[in-house]
Design a protein. Structure first.
Length: 68
C-alpha cells in the first residue's frame, strides 16, 4: 500500500467529544468501517466516500447505531 493512500482524518468522538485522529485508507475506495474511540472505547461508524473523478475524500462519522 502506498504511503500517500493513508490520509489522516481529524474529528471529535460523537460520544465523549474527545479529539481523535484516524488514518483512512483511501486505496480501498468508498467503504464503511468502524473504529473504537481511543478515550471512551465506543464504536464509531465512519463512512468513507472517494470520488472516482477527483480522488477527493469525504468522511462522515456517527454513533454505531446511527444510520449513515
Amino acid at each position: 500500500m502506498p504511503e500517500d493512500a493513508l490520509v489522516p482524518y481529524h474529528f471529535h468522538c460523537p460520544y465523549c467529544d474527545s479529539a481523535l485522529e484516524f488514518l483512512i485508507d483511501a486505496s480501498q475506495g468508498s467503504h464503511t468501517t468502524w473504529e473504537d474511540c481511543h478515550q471512551c472505547c465506543a464504536p464509531i461508524q465512519l463512512q468513507v466516500e472517494v470520488s472516482p473523478m477527483t480522488d477527493e475524500l469525504t468522511v462522515t462519522t456517527g454513533r454505531d447505531d446511527d444510520v449513515l
